[in-house]
Structure formats: structure tokens, C-alpha cells
Design a protein around this ligand. Sequence first.
Ligand code: HEM
Length: 407
Amino acid sequence: MTTPSTSAHIDLTDIDLFVEGRHHEAFSRLRAEEPVYWNKGGDGNNFWALTRYEDVLWAYREHSLFSSARGAILGGSFRSEDDSAGGKMLVASDLPRHRLLKQQIHPAFSTHIVARVRDQVRALVDRAIERALAEGGCDFASEIATELPAGALMVLLGVGHKQAHELIGLTRRMVGFRDETFVDLGSDQRLRLVWLQAEIFEFFVDILEERRRSPQEDFISVLLGAKINGRPLTEEEIFYNCMNLAVGGNETSSYTACSGLQALIEHPDEYDRLLVEPALIGTGIEEMIRWSSTNAYVQRVAQASMVRGSAQISKGDSVTLWNVSANRDDAQFPDADIFDVARTPNRHLSYGAGIHRCIGAPVAQIELSYLFGTLLSRGIRFRSGGAPRKLRSNFILGTTHMPLEVQ
Ligand code: HEM
């Protein structure tokens, strides 16, 4: 069931809206005029869009009213009709299974593992920065930012640098499934996704066998040892959760690094503030994460009919929670459109909230803290060396090319 739409002409499936940066204006209108918005997608997908902070947080918390089983992405991108990830993959499972699975997976993100990620990221980022300094510039997106997930994958999966980048290449194509830089747009979209998923599963086949023979303290060994209600995970469940880890962690942290640095370049006074007051690094990083809102939305499915504001949501409707809009809601963040590295409090929703809140957040925090801490402590300044190129997606807001010159 729907209510008539007054905010005509806004279509949140229009990728150009995001690539051209017009989405902030559209969300500002929606928050003011029609905060629970029935979006008639140009691609045939119709869904509700929650755009106010209060509504987005409410839906995250009401997990029994809003199921994750259809997957976080509109159109069910990371699954096919016959091969549903629902219930198998952490992000696409509901209680009680979600709780049991998360409990089993948590040890793979222990403080000891996060500390190892920091050491690995340090080695890779230091090397990449030295190279950029020696050459007077770099493509920050592909030469520095991708070293963050590479370092994390090397530790979390116990793989080498080359293998980590191979997996980043695969997940980049999956997240960029509508971007001609990464995929052949002439192919059928659903088949393209099924094929990409198969390639990611294939990547893990040999590693899984190795870990079966000799377990380590990595994510796959943790999954192999996991039991839910006394039953070990199936191979398919293990593959799905490996994909969840890779897709969840690879694109988000590197694209957040790009948007964060872009924000500092566009707001040089804020960069100066961080140089003068290094203690602001913590709030500065939170502000970069709020500002970036790299994971623009997540999808849920209504489990009951309900009224929210003037909208009548029906059981089975797709409901989207727009982090990128909630994070710019003036009712929660005074002067939300101002980039303020000292912003406190800053309870952004970039990592989601409630039971599905990002399990990789401590990993992302350590990656971003090391990168920006190093740039600031060494006083390294970049300026734009050409137009950045945006990823064609309304789900992950990213920059695929970001030419920079050292200032
Ligand atoms: C700045 C970086 C990151 C952002 C913005 C981000 C964003 C998010 C968001 C919004 C969710 C909630 C999904 C939902 O409610 O449906 C989530 C969940 C998740 N993220 Fe992240 N993420 C980041 C980094 C990472 C990293 C580094 C990893 C792994 C190494 C990771 C792995 C996951 C996983 C496995 C989930 C599912 C958790 C659950 O369902 O309980 N993420 N992330």
C-alpha cells in the first residue's frame, strides 16, 4: 500500500543523482516534505525511503518489524532468486540465527586481531605514501586507499598481498556491477551478479581446504569451527560469510578514505585545525565517516503493515534506511552541511545501528586512524591533480580514481 507522492521526480535509483552529487539536495527536500517516501524506481523497483535520522534509527532498532533476509541491497544484488543468501550470510539473517552467527564470528575481530591489522596496514600505507612522495603524486584511490583493505584482508584471511588485491578486484567489480569501469554493461545484470558471486566463492575454495587441514586464527578457521545449535556451518554458508566480509570491508573503508581526504582538500581550514590541534584526530575521523556516508542505505522488508507519519507501509514492502540522509539531518546534527572536524556529539549512522551494526567498525577505525594520523603527523598535504571519478552506484558512494599532487 502506498500514499500519493508529492515529492515528484525524485528517484533514488537514478545513479546520476549520486554521481553528480545532487542527492544531498534531494534528501533535504524529502526530509522536509515527505520523510517516509514511496519511491517508484525507474528500474521497476518500488520501495519506501526513510530519510530522517529519527526514522532511520527507529527502523534499525525495530529489527523484528524489519527483516534483513532479502539482503541489504535493492534488487537483491548479492543473491540470485534460487540461491538466496537470506539466513546464510550474517548481514542477511534475522534473529535468532543472526545472534548465534554473530557470536561465533566475533572472535575473528578480537582486539588482538585488530592490533595485527594495524601493524599490517602501517607497513603497506607507509610504503605507498613514500612512493607518492617520491613521485610527487599518486592516484590516491587505487594506490593508497586500497592498501587499507589489503592490510586487513592479509590478517583477517591470512592471505598474501597479491591475493588480497585479487579479492579486492573481485569485490570492486561486484559493488561496481553498474559501472562500466568494472563490468561489461552489455551482459544481463542478474547473470553478471551470479557470475561475480561464483568467482568470489571460487577465490575461497583453495583457502578453505588449506584451513581445514591446518586451522589458523583467521576468519575462515573461525567459520570452520563455528557451530549453530550444534551444527557446523555448511560450505555454502562459509562462502557467503567470506563474501560478506570481503564486500563489507573492501570497498567501504577505502572509499571512506577517499571521501575523507577529499573533504579535507575541499576544507583546507579544517585540515589546518587538525595540524594545529592533533588531539582533534578522533572527532575529525568521525566527521569524515559521517560526511562520507559510504554505505548510502540498507534495505529491509516490512514484517507487518504499519503507519509511520502519513505513510501506510504494507507487510512485504521493501523499506530503505538512508544513512547518507540521516547523517545530514539538522534535527540531529546542528549545521549538518558543515564539515566540522571538532563535531561533538557525532552519533552518525554510517556503520548502521542495532543488531546489524558493522562488525568490522574497529577494523575500519584502525585503518582510517593510521592513514590520517600519518598524513597529519608528517604534515603531508595533497592538492587535486585532476577530476576524481565517482563509482556508479547509489549503494556505495565511492571514488574510483583520485589523482593527487603532493603540495
Ligand atoms: C568505513 C567503513 C565501513 C562502513 C561505512 C560500513 C558500513 C556498514 C553498515 C551500514 C552495516 C550495516 C548493514 C545492515 O544493517 O544491513 C555494516 C555491516 C557489516 N559490515 Fe561494515 N562497514 C565498514 C567497514 C567494514 C569492515 C572493515 C568490515 C570487515 C572487515 C565490515 C564488515 C561488515 C559485516 C560482516 C557486516 C554485517 C554485520 C551484521 O549483519 O551483523 N565492514 N557495515
